[in-house]
Structures are given as structure tokens and as C-alpha cells.
Design a protein. Structure first.
Lengths: 159, 159
């Protein structure tokens, strides 16, 4: 018999959700939960993804990051196309259990951004005295050529 | 005359949004954008907050993190009650400009979680062979007493 899937628990009290050891996640009105993914070696934030219950279940059970693609409206095993699989070294959940943090080791070039950069957060926004100035590229070179990796697959960025 | 507020730009093309130097953020159907906040010194993820356009504007202009509290449905200058103000050392935006990453230096005890821990992500979720096991506390002690700091203000965690 196959192993039964790992279950989530009901949210019974604020105390249990915040201070307990029971996983009782809360997904948003769209059925999704935000997930921050950082590079286990450098601490850099690589991406902000989204998970539905199935993506969270698969991430826990396989130890590889799975997300839900909002643009494709489909479950997404990160790296299925690019090979840039994310192996989870640690998963954390926040106080009210409606957000996740994954620390991952990325296969291949180590990149996680479909545009070709290591991190999706490759541009800095000026703040304080510099506010209003142009975005500044914090990464200056792509790690891969998106056309070579993704071919003519649709760009997930939507206006 | 007061300084005019820093403006956002329209989203004119995928190329400009992904590869340009113009800030053209995209807020969700609820008017909010997720924001990952990390400790500038340790790289630790402190919290996953939300911003409306006003919170993003104030964060840019003041250099202090502002969020939109979903539980209180109000603009929220982080640290206004607790004194745990977050000074932004760097702000980043992601490829499709619908998520933010702030690196911050936190005032006072350095904590960012209303439960009293440094990080909101104080519990680890077992993955892989350990999946299904209980959550494990990655922080074992609170840095402050929430009752002493917040008094009888309502707990923002909602079931």
C-alpha cells in the first residue's frame, strides 16, 4: 500500500497555531500561501513563490521545492524544465502559519529566476534620500540564457 | 511647498518591467504586495509582510519599513508600538515587480515578531524522511514579553 499523504491539521486556537508543534497552515482566499525561498549557502532571497496545499505536501514529502504557478495555474516542480531543482535544507513556517520560508540548495548554475539571474530580486529600489531614482541592477549578468533553457515557452510575467 | 510624493509608473511592456530601471509595481487583487524582510546583519528572514501603495511610498521616502496590516486593515509603521523600528539598508524588487525584499536593521532588541521571537519563522517544518513529524522550535526563547510591549492590544493572528 502506498504511504498515506501527510495531513494538515485544523486551526483550533491562536495559542496552538502560534505556540504549538502542529502544522495547521492557512491558505489565502485564492487557496495559496506565499513562500520565501533563500539560498542555503549565501542567505540571498532567491524568489517569492506561492504554494497550494498540494505543493506544500509534495515539498514536505519529497524534500524538493514545489510551487503553484499563478500564471500557468498549475502545480510546478521547480526545475522540471530548467534542471534548476531546489533541494530543501530547511523549511520554516511563521507565527500565524500563513507563510513559509524554504532554505534551498539549487542544482546546476544555482539560479532561480526565469529571466536568467540567480535571484528574482536582481534590482535595488532606491530609498531615503535616493527615493525616486532609477532601479539599480544588483546582478549585472545573467547566469543562463532563458531562450536556450525555456525555448518558446510563454514568459510567466504578466502585465 | 511640500515635496511631491514619489510616483509609480505604468506597466507598459514585459521587457520594461523585467529588464528596465523603472519602478512599475503590481499589487494583487486585494491591493497588496508581499514583502520579505531579512535582517541586514544575519540574513535571517524576519517576516513576510504586505504593502499597499502608501506603505511602499512611505518606506521609500522615509527609509523605515511600513506595511499594511491585514488584520487591522490599516497602514502600519513597523515599531510604532514596540519601538522595534526597521531601518531599511536595501530594498529590492523582483522580476515581474510584484514582490519586495527589504534588508533591515532592527532597533532595540532586534526582534520583529509580535509573539516575541526575533523572526516570525521560529518553527521548522520537517521535510523528507521526517515529514509529518511535529514542528520544531528553531528559536527557544522570546526576546521580549508581548504583554509588556503590546498590553491588551488585539493579537493580529486570526484563525
Amino acid at each position: 500500500m502506498p504511504t498515506p499523504p501527510v495531513a494538515f491539521h485544523p486551526r483550533r486556537s491562536v495559542e496552538e497555531v502560534e505556540e504549538g508543534c502542529i502544522l495547521a497552515p492557512k491558505f489565502g482566499p485564492d487557496g495559496l500561501m506565499p513562500c520565501v525561498t533563500t539560498d542555503a549557502a549565501t542567505g540571498e532571497v532567491l524568489m517569492l513563490g506561492w504554494m497550494n496545499p498540494e505543493a506544500l505536501r509534495l515539498t514536505r514529502e519529497t524534500g524538493e521545492a514545489h510551487y503553484f504557478s499563478r500564471s500557468r495555474q498549475a502545480l510546478w516542480r521547480k526545475g522540471a524544465t530548467s534542471g534548476l531543482v531546489q533541494r530543501v535544507t530547511e523549511a520554516r513556517i511563521d507565527d500565524d502559519q500563513d507563510a513559509l520560508w524554504l532554505r534551498v540548495a539549487v542544482a546546476g548554475s544555482g539560479a532561480s529566476c526565469h529571466v536568467g539571474y540567480r535571484s528574482c530580486f536582481y534590482r535595488a529600489v532606491p530609498v531615503g534620500a535616493e527615493a525616486g531614482g532609477p532601479l539599480r541592477f544588483a546582478e549585472t549578468a545573467r547566469t543562463f540564457d532563458p531562450v536556450a533553457v525555456y525555448g518558446d515557452a510563454p514568459n510567466p510575467t504578466q502585465l
